[in-house]
Design a protein around this ligand. Structure first.
Ligand code: NI
Length: 228
C-alpha cells in the first residue's frame, strides 16, 4: 500500500530541522547502501552518529508517535532510526534500486526487516526542480513529491528511484518499519477496517453493539496476524 501521511511534522519543526540540516556535516550517501544500490546512489547523507542526526531523529520519532494514521497504516513493531539525505548539485539522484530486506542497526543494536519504506519530505516542492520519488507499483509508476512535513509510506518490496534534482536541494528523512503484520495485504485490510470503524463511531457512536462487535473483530484479526 502506498499512502500519503500529512503533517507528520509541524511547520515549526520543519523549519527547525532545516536549520540544523543547513549546518550539518553531510557525507557520502553510498556508505550505507548495499553493493548494488551503492552503484545507483548519488546523494549526500548525514552520518548516523553525528549530533545533528541524533537530534533530528527524536523530532521525527515524536512526529510519528502522535500520528494515528501512521500507526493504523503501519502497525509498527520496530522503526529503524531515521536517516537524512540531501539531493542537489553533483550528488543529485538515486537510480532504480530495491532496499535491502534487513537493516542492521548501528553498534549491533539489532535488525529491522524492511516491510515498509518511508520518506518524510523536509523541503517545500517549489524550492527545487526534479527530485520526485518514483515508485514502481503493479499498476505502474507513482511519482511522489510532497509538501515539507508530509510523508509517503510504500512497500519495501518496490523498485524505486529519486529523479535528478536540477535546481536547488531536496532534503528528506528516510527510514524503514518492521510491522507487527508482515503481509501488506493483511495490513491493508486492517487499515481499511480501522478507517471504516472510525467513520462509524463518528456517525452512530461508540456504544452501538455492532460497533463494539466490529471493533472486537478488528482486534481479533490483529491478534491472529500480529507478531509482537
Ligand atoms: Ni531506497
Amino acid at each position: 500500500m502506498l499512502l500519503h501521511v500529512r503533517n507528520v511534522l509541524t511547520a515549526a519543526e520543519v523549519a527547525g530541522a532545516r536549520g540544523v540540516l543547513a549546518a550539518a556535516p553531510w557525507g557520502e550517501g553510498r556508505l550505507t547502501a548495499g553493493e548494488q544500490a551503492a552503484l545507483a546512489k548519488h546523494n549526500h547523507q548525514l552520518p548516523e552518529a553525528c549530533e545533528a542526526a541524533q537530534q533530528l531523529q527524536q523530532v521525527v520519532l515524536r512526529g510519528l508517535e502522535r500520528n494515528a494514521l501512521f500507526f493504523s497504516a503501519t502497525l509498527p513493531k520496530q522503526i529503524s532510526p531515521p536517516l537524512f539525505n540531501r539531493y542537489g548539485g553533483a550528488a543529485d539522484r538515486f537510480d532504480d534500486h530495491v532496499d535491502s530486506a534487513v537493516r542492521y542497526l548501528r553498534n549491533g543494536a539489532g535488525r529491522v526487516r524492511t516491510d515498509i519504506s518511508c520518506t518524510l519530505f523536509l523541503t517545500e516542492p517549489e524550492d527545487y526542480e526534479g527530485g520526485e520519488l518514483v515508485i514502481n507499483d503493479v499498476s505502474g509508476e507513482k511519482r511522489v513529491k510532497l509538501p515539507a512535513g508530509d510523508m509517503v509510506i510504500y512497500p519495501g518490496t518496490s523498485v524505486h528511484r529519486v529523479e535528478p534534482v536540477t535546481r536547488g536541494y531536496r532534503t528528506a528523512s528516510f527510514f524503514w518499519i518492521q510491522s507487527m503484520v508482515r503481509s501488506d495485504e493483511q495490513r491493508r485490510l486492517l487499515f481499511d477496517m480501522d478507517a471504516h470503524l472510525r467513520s462509524l463511531r463518528g456517525t452512530v457512536g461508540e456504544t452501538q453493539p455492532a460497533v463494539v462487535g466490529l471493533t472486537g473483530t478488528y482486534h481479533n484479526l490483529l491478534r491472529l496476524w500480529a507478531d509482537v
